[in-house]
Design a protein around this ligand. Structure first.
Ligand SMILES: Cc1cc2nc3c(=O)[nH]c(=O)nc-3n(C[C@H](O)[C@H](O)[C@H](O)COP(=O)(O)OP(=O)(O)OC[C@H]3O[C@@H](n4cnc5c(N)ncnc54)[C@H](O)[C@@H]3O)c2cc1C
Length: 340
């Protein structure tokens, strides 16, 4: 159901667009079974394949349904083979990182969901010239920990962001005044055509929670340049200070982080709070009392409840202030316009 007077100003980046544009459907359940069966001979046994893989537990919000087909490719060759099969079968492909910035719809995702969780994508390799090659599947927590151990300053702001390097590149994740692309020198990616390319930061179009090139490509890894060399204890102290700050200001319940983008010069959380929405609840989805820009799952929330709550928050904020809030959190496999 759609509200009749819904605001239309949703921006272009809300949908994790399929990196391989197909028809969006494989005809009927038999179609998905056939597509799934066709993948096995194309990849090595190390690549995990699953039909109707539940995605809720693979996200921090813990809501939503299954991927029609899910794969954890174990090598670039396997990833390319999966991409070729999807193109041939006109199946949409979506990339899942640590699932910390998205909501999976209750009906699941109509496509092939790829997750770079195999160890092959989790590399951390200082290059001896002050730079670090990081795999797209490397957790930001591990990037921070290994950088601190190696005495590399500059990644501390990423401490506490529960995502992967790939997701942080796609979202240009930021915190404590720092942005992911502040520390990027180049990005290795797999294009729609299945070609591995390296793009220098200067060739990429990056914005607030947005990287245009990664809307239609899969990040494989990045060459990162830390700001400087320093002693491990000092770096850890800074990370601890940031962690304390998060601990004091953010909810503990499952969430997808800040739900809405901050309108220019305004804190979305403050606006939501001033509209009296803290504690607003639909089923088990709730506007956090700790931080109003977090929607939390109080236990058994569904994606439909989260979406209904988001609809109410946007409507109230718009009614009271005239501000149209734009979700930062992505609706996996769909556009927000389809549901808000
Ligand atoms: C408690 C909490 C705190 C948070 N704090 C912050 C914060 O301070 N700052 C901030 O910016 N964010 C924050 N977030 C949001 C989130 O953690 C970041 O956006 C993170 O970078 C997302 O990474 P991910 O791996 O989880 O990506 P996912 O959520 O899995 O995916 C996000 C998008 O990236 C795409 N993607 C993932 N991997 C790749 C890849 N390899 N190639 C191409 N596209 C890819 C997905 O398709 C999707 O479109 C927070 C979230 C939570 C739950």
């Amino acid at each position: 159901m759609r509200a009749t007077a819904r605001p239309r100003q949703l921006d272009r980046e809300e949908r994790p667009r399929p990196v391989v544009e197909g028809s969006g459907r494989v005809a009927g359940p038999l179609g998905w079974d056939d597509f799934f069966a066709s993948l096995k001979p194309l990849v090595t046994p190390a690549t995990k394949l699953e039909r109707e893989a539940s995605l809720a537990a693979k996200t921090t919000m813990r809501v939503g349904g299954a991927a029609r087909v899910y794969a954890e490719p174990a090598s670039i060759a396997d990833l390319q083979a999966l991409g070729r099969a999807a193109r041939a079968g006109q199946v949409d492909v979506f990339v899942l990182g640590r699932g910390s910035n998205l909501i999976v719809p209750d009906e699941g995702v109509e496509g092939l969901v790829l997750a770079l969780t195999h160890a092959t994508w989790a590399g951390f390799a200082p290059d001896g010239e002050g730079r670090v090659q990081a795999g797209a599947g490397l957790r930001l927590k591990n990037l921070c920990g290994q950088a601190a151990k190696a005495g590399l300053v500059g990644f501390e702001f990423l401490e506490g962001i529960p995502g992967s390097v790939g997701g942080a590149l796609r979202m240009n994740a930021g915190a404590m005044g720092g942005w992911m692309f502040d520390v990027v020198e180049e990005v290795q990616l797999l294009t729609l055509a299945g070609e591995v390319r390296t793009l220098a930061k200067a060739e990429m179009h990056v914005d607030y929670r947005h990287c245009a090139e990664l809307q239609e490509a899969i990040a494989l890894g990045a060459l990162l340049r830390p700001a400087a060399q320093a002693d491990t204890d000092g770096i850890k102290r800074q990370m601890d200070a940031y962690a304390r700050k998060r601990h004091e200001s953010q909810p503990r319940e499952p969430s997808a982080g800040c739900f809405f983008k901050n309108p220019p010069g305004i804190s979305a959380g403050r606006v939501i709070d001033e509209c009296g929405l803290k504690g607003e609840r639909v089923g088990d989805a709730e506007v956090s009392a700790t931080h109003a820009n977090f929607v939390v799952n109080r236990g058994q929330a569904t994606a439909a409840e989260v979406i209904e709550l988001v609809r109410r928050v946007r409507a109230r904020v718009r009614q009271v202030t005239g501000i149209v809030l734009v979700p930062e959190v992505l609706l996996f496999g769909k556009k927000w316009e389809e549901v808000l």
